[in-house]
Ligand binder design. Sequence first.
Ligand code: PRP
Length: 180
Amino acid sequence: MKPSVQSILITESQIEKRVHELGKQISKDYDKSDLVLICVLKGAILFFADLIRTLAVPARYEFVQLASYHNDTKSSGVQMIQGLYQDLFRADVLIVEDIVDTGMTLDFLLNHIESFEPTSVKVCSLLDKPDRREVPVTIDYLGFKIPNSFVVGYGLDFAQHYRNLPYIGVLDGDSVALGS
Ligand code: PRP
């Protein structure tokens, strides 16, 4: 049995309002830039699709797919499943994430993108869970800071489910711990 959504943490209208605010700020900051937005699959897809449609600048966009894994020895790693196709040399890159948790995915991606020698690299994340941070990373554009709860929806999953929910919900904690 899958765990159920216990409560709604961020509603659909709260997300919509914040996405428009972020889009307005990004449009202002990147006016006259060669902006390349990088969507980090799969989690960021809904946020990315909504965010880019609020932008008033003629941006390019790209997709990368990364997967993080954690094992018993507490060593962790990030694997690149799908890489970048466009040349990012001298581009103004904005990474778009759904959530920053330990910071390892973002740290990996930032190092990878720096190797293309872009003019700038910044980060936009819908959610930040600072209590879980293991690697320090800077989030330049943030939607919401959230507590250390297991959240799903608007791209975020539990065992690949719940990504399609239009809001951010908190899963029932006991069933998550049991992996049911
Ligand atoms: C999630 C999320 C971020 C990353 C954040 O991706 O989309 O990319 O974890 O966690 P971190 O800060 O601890 O690295 P995940 O690897 O679960 O893949 P997904 O996006 O396909 O769900």
